[in-house]
Design a protein around this ligand. Structure first.
Ligand code: BES
Ligand code: ZN
Length: 629
């Protein structure tokens, strides 16, 4: 019975893939599949298609236009449609009648909540009380403070001449630029007309035509159904360069060449991923390299991953981010977490697939190095994360989903899947991977649906290897089970040895073979240094290895955390430069945090932040402010 109940969650949200006759008799959905982060009445109406017509107004910092939602009725007595919004101005709401005319609908806002925004409640007119399918058009404007949108003045772009706009809808920000059912439990197809100043180009998480005419009017179509957090738009002085047959890179002309070089392996990644995980279902795969304020390393907007420019290291050493965002084309975009509490299904699976890709494209050693660095981050995180948040599928009914996406779902999720791979053997597990994506493609699942599927296909099919209660331990218990596989890397072990020997004065800095190391080798070396090095030693280290001047953003992050922790004042000037170079939260937040926590530099951290905050995205500002308070 439980399995049937859970399958309802999957099928009910698949929309496109099932016809009326396949819909099972209504059963009570599993309460764990409830999305606490949406007001939408998805048990009464399900959005299936979205049509956008939006003008991009850089002066007003607003999108203006309309959203038309095709809704399928799933409850015969429902009289209102409830949508998610945040700071939208609604000008009109109307439904289309069967004859093609339209009728204005009464609409009102419900009570706002700080994190969730404001429900928009639209009355269904009497004429449509029996209609199975409804077409609802909303005329609206966004607010300049829309949490999903960053409007950049020309000075914050590479070219410095044109403004730039980008969206970041995950987790619950789509509602700040489109009125819709903003929950990953729903999947929509969409099409869009976007009107921009004529010299600028618009691109979306849709069918971007590399040869489109740059005239300020752009049309898009996204025929595959996606959860709303994957709606994405960018507008700016954007050009495209090809990488492979089905891959390319979009960015400002100033970054085009460097980007095409850095991400030259993208086509290979795509081909290898499809060979391992099942067909790539989305058409083209392109990258968009954003201005430095982009708050994440990457965002898996379908067909068009959004990527931070901080991965442009010049030596392709940070491209695991591309492997990660590409892998989301399976884990996350094809099979989606039903709620943000199931985030590990997106991020843990993706981290696992990322490492598999890095192994097959580069080497086992490179993947092992990434795994060791991640493992170290996880152990440090488990020391500070409250126990109830350490489960992969924790209780999560309030708060902000943005704050909830810590390290645990990524690296613990990855370890869980590595544990399964090791236990059942790679061949068996590889078959499971492809079957899993095939079974749930374009579906939305909870951790419990996953668990039942795992049980049926692996645990029970190969009895005596992993028990259901062992799997449940990973999902519901804090910390790591004793059976967790501990990643090892001989090259990182060697780097740690050098750190120890040099710290002890047993070898000279010139004997440290840093030039042979990957960034992960250097990161591990820095993290393995003795806690009580003298300032002279740190000066020697910094001078010999060029740490404060590094152009590798990850090495810089690791080094400047140490600079702040150790109160290494000769490094503070460069640290200040670093927090002004990129706005990616992962790069800057831990530096402010280390300053605050070193016991003497909280005021300095606040001053630095005040100077830099104009460069940052609202998401980054909020999360740094939390620390500085
Ligand atoms: N989907 C995430 C980014 C995200 C997470 C946006 C939570 C909003 C809320 C993306 O795939 C991601 O995981 N990015 C990582 C990159 C990485 C682990 C290689 C990042 O930004 O650091
Ligand atoms: Zn991710």
């Amino acid at each position: 019975m439980q399995r049937f109940t859970l399958m309802f969650v999957v099928i009910a949200t698949m929309g496109v893939a099932c016809t009326q006759s396949e819909v099972p008799a209504p059963v009570t959905p599993d309460p764990r599949s409830h999305d606490f982060f949406s007001f939408a009445n998805t048990d009464e109406f399900v959005n299936e298609h979205l049509q956008l017509d939006l003008r991009v107004d850089f002066e007003a910092e607003e999108l203006q236009g309309s959203a038309t939602l095709r809704l399928r009725r799933t409850a015969s007595n429902a009289t209102e449609v409830v949508l998610d919004t945040r700071e939208l101005t609604i000008e009109d709401a109307r439904f289309e009648l069967p004859g093609g005319e339209s009728v204005t609908a009464t609409h009102r806002f419900g009570e706002s909540q700080a994190i969730l925004g404001t429900p928009l409640i639209i009355a269904v007119p009497d004429e449509l009380q029996a209609a199975e399918e409804l077409l609802l058009t909303i005329e609206y404007r966004t607010s300049p403070g829309a949490t999903a949108l960053q409007w950049l003045p020309p000075e914050l772009t590479a070219g410095g001449e044109h403004p730039f706009l980008f969206s970041q809808s995950q987790a619950i920000h789509a509602r700040s630029w489109v009125p819709l059912q903003d929950t990953p439990a729903v999947r929509i197809t969409y099409d869009a007309n976007i009107h921009t100043p004529p010299q600028l180009m618009a691109i979306m998480s849709a069918n971007n035509d590399p040869d489109t005419e740059r005239d300020g009017d752009y049309e898009f179509e996204m025929p595959q159904p996606i959860p709303p957090y994957l709606l994405a738009l960018a507008v700016g002085n954007i050009y495209v360069a090809p990488i492979g047959d089905e891959t390319g890179v979009y960015t400002e002309p100033e970054l085009l060449e460097a980007s095409a070089y850095e991400f030259a392996d993208t086509q290979d990644m795509l081909d290898k991923a499809a060979a391992m995980f099942g067909p790539y279902q989305w058409g083209r795969y392109d990258l968009l390299i954003l201005p430095p304020s982009f708050p994440y390393g990457g965002m898996e907007n379908p067909r068009l991953s959004f990527i931070t420019p901080s991965v442009l290291a010049g030596d392709r050493s940070l491209v695991s981010i591309i492997a990660h965002e590409l892998a989301h084309s399976w884990s996350g975009n094809l099979v989606t977490n039903a709620t943000w509490r199931d985030g590990w299904l997106n991020e843990g699976w993706t981290s696992y697939l990322e490492h598999r890709l890095m192994e097959v494209i580069y080497s086992e050693e490179r993947a092992a190095e990434l795994a060791v660095v991640d493992y170290r981050e996880l152990l440090l995180d488990l020391e500070v994360v409250p126990l109830e948040q350490q489960a992969l599928a924790p209780p999560f009914e309030s708060g902000d989903p943005d704050d909830f996406q810590g390290i645990v779902p990524y690296h613990k999720g990855n370890l869980f899947l590595k544990y399964l791979e090791k236990s059942f053997g790679r061949d068996v597990f590889d078959e499971f991977i492809a079957d899993y994506f095939g079974e749930f493609e374009f579906g939305t699942i909870t951790s419990e649906v996953f668990l039942d599927y795992l049980d049926e296909k692996l645990l029970s099919a190969h009895p005596g290897i992993v028990s259901r209660s062992q799997a449940e331990h990973w999902l519901y218990q804090p910390g790591l089970p004793d059976t967790a596989p501990i990643p090892v890397s001989t090259s990182l072990d060697a780097a740690a040895d050098f750190a120890w020997q040099w710290s002890q004065g047993e070898i000279d800095i010139a004997d440290v073979p840093a030039a042979d190391w990957s960034p992960q080798g250097m990161i591990h070396f820095i993290n393995s240094l003795d806690a009580d090095l003298s300032e002279e030693q740190l000066v020697e280290l910094d001078t010999a290895l060029g740490l404060s001047n590094t152009h590798n953003a990850e090495i810089g992050r690791t080094w400047f955390i140490q600079v702040a922790k150790r109160q290494f004042r000769p490094g503070y000037g460069k640290l200040d430069e670093y927090v002004n170079r990129y706005g990616r939260t992962r790069l800057v937040k831990p530096l402010y945090q280390a300053l605050v926590e070193n016991g003497v530099d909280a005021t300095l951290a606040r001053e630095m932040f005040e100077r830099a905050r104009g460069l940052y995205h609202p998401v980054t500002v909020t999360s740094v402010e939390l620390i500085l308070e």
